[in-house]
Design a protein around this ligand. Structure first.
Ligand code: PRT
Ligand code: ZN
Length: 285
C-alpha cells in the first residue's frame, strides 16, 4: 500500500507546530537516523523535511503529496497546488513599512520609491493592482535593515508582533495579506492517497475543533434553564442533570473559545453558579 508523503519545514517557525499537529492526530513517528524523511509507525504517511520555500514546487511535482507551510510562501511561489485546509498557527501578515519619521498619506508614497522584500511576486501584483510604479529590490533575509543602510526607501516584510520594525525605526503602513499555516496538496492525488488524506483531515479537524471549543458545566435553578440555553446553544442542545438540591440542575454544553468570556458574563447575569470550564481533547462533529 502506498503512503501519503507530507512535506514539513525542516527547521524553522513551522517545524514544531507541524510535528505537534500530526502527533495530536495520533500519528507516531519512528526516530530514524535519516534527517531527510521518516515514516509513521501507525498511519500510512511519510514525512519529508524541507525548506519551506521548496515545498510548493515539490508538491506540484508530486515529490510530496501534501505540505504544511505559510500561505505567504504559497502565494509567493504561485505553483499549481491546492490549498486544502487552514491550520490556525503561524499567524502573521505581509506588510509595507516606511521610516517612522516619514509622513504617510496613502499608497502614492511608494511612487518611484525602492522597496526591499523577499516577496517580489506578491509585492509586484499588489503594486500593479494599485497602479503604483516602484522598484522592487529582492533580498533573501534581514529585509528590515534595508532602509537603514540606504538600500531601499521602504520594506515589504512579514510582521507578527511588530517589534522588528520598531527596533529598526520603521512603521507599518499597509497590510498586503494576512497569513497562517495551511496544508497544500497536489492536484492529482490518486484514490488511495486521497483516502489517506481524508482520514488525516478528519483527525486534523477533530483536533482543531477541540482547540476552538471548551466544555462548560454549571449549576442553575430550573427557572433559569431556558434563558441559559439561549446563551449556550452548544453542539446540539445542552445536557441537563438534576442536582440533589431540589429545583437545581447541572447544565453541560460546549462553547466556542472566542465567544467564551462574553458568554460567561451573560451566564452569571442569568443566574448560573459554579461554572467549570474544561479543555476538550478531540471533537468530532
Ligand atoms: O529555512 P526556511 O526557508 O525553511 O525558513 P524561513 O527562514 O524562510 O522561515 P521561518 O521559519 O522564519 O518562517 C516560516 C513561516 O512562519 C513564514 O513563512 C510565515 O508564514 C510564518 N511566520 C509567522 C513568520 C513570522 N510569524 C515572523 N514573525 N515568519 C517570519 N517572521 C519574521 C519576519 O520575517 C521578521 O523578520 O519575524 C520578524 C517579524 O516578527 P515581529 O514579531 O518582530 O513582528
Ligand atoms: Zn524559507
Amino acid at each position: 500500500m502506498s503512503e501519503l508523503k507530507i512535506a514539513i519545514q525542516k527547521n524553522g517557525r513551522l517545524s514544531e507546530n507541524s510535528k505537534k499537529l500530526l502527533e495530536e492526530c495520533g500519528i507516531k513517528f519512528s526516530n530514524g537516523i535519516s534527517v531527510l524523511k521518516t515514516t509513521a509507525r501507525n498511519f500510512p504517511v511519510e514525512l519529508l523535511f524541507l525548506r519551506d520555500d521548496d515545498i510548493p514546487q515539490y508538491v506540484e511535482q508530486q515529490v510530496a503529496d501534501i505540505g504544511i507551510l505559510g500561505e505567504n510562501v504559497v502565494f509567493e511561489k504561485n505553483k499549481d497546488v491546492t490549498v486544502i485546509e487552514q491550520l490556525g498557527f503561524a499567524q502573521c501578515r505581509l506588510s509595507l513599512a516606511i521610516p517612522k519619521e516619514d509622513k504617510y498619506e496613502g499608497l502614492g508614497y511608494f511612487m518611484n520609491k525602492k522597496i526591499a522584500t523577499s516577496y517580489p511576486h506578491i509585492l509586484n501584483s499588489f503594486l500593479k493592482k494599485n497602479k503604483i510604479i516602484a522598484e522592487i529590490e529582492e533580498i533573501s533575509g534581514s529585509v528590515e535593515i534595508a532602509p537603514g543602510i540606504g538600500l531601499a526607501n521602504a520594506v515589504c516584510d512579514i510582521v507578527s508582533s511588530g517589534s522588528t520594525l520598531l527596533t529598526n525605526g520603521l512603521h507599518e503602513v499597509e497590510t498586503i495579506l494576512k497569513s497562517q499555516a495551511v496544508i497544500i496538496g497536489n492536484k492529482n492525488l490518486g484514490p488511495e492517497k486521497q483516502e489517506i488524506l481524508n482520514r488525516l483531515l478528519f483527525r486534523i479537524r477533530a483536533v482543531k475543533n477541540a482547540k476552538e471549543n471548551k466544555y462548560i458545566l454549571l449549576n442553575t435553578p430550573e427557572s433559569a434553564i431556558t434563558k441559559i440555553c439561549n446563551i449556550l446553544p452548544g453542539m446540539k442542545s445542552p445536557t441537563i442533570v438534576p442536582l440533589v438540591e431540589k429545583g437545581w440542575v447541572s447544565l453541560h454544553s460546549v462553547v466556542k473559545e472566542d465567544e467564551f468570556w462574553e458568554r460567561i458574563d451573560q451566564l452569571k447575569a442569568a443566574g448560573a453558579e459554579g461554572i467549570l470550564v474544561i479543555p476538550i481533547e478531540k471533537m468530532i462533529l
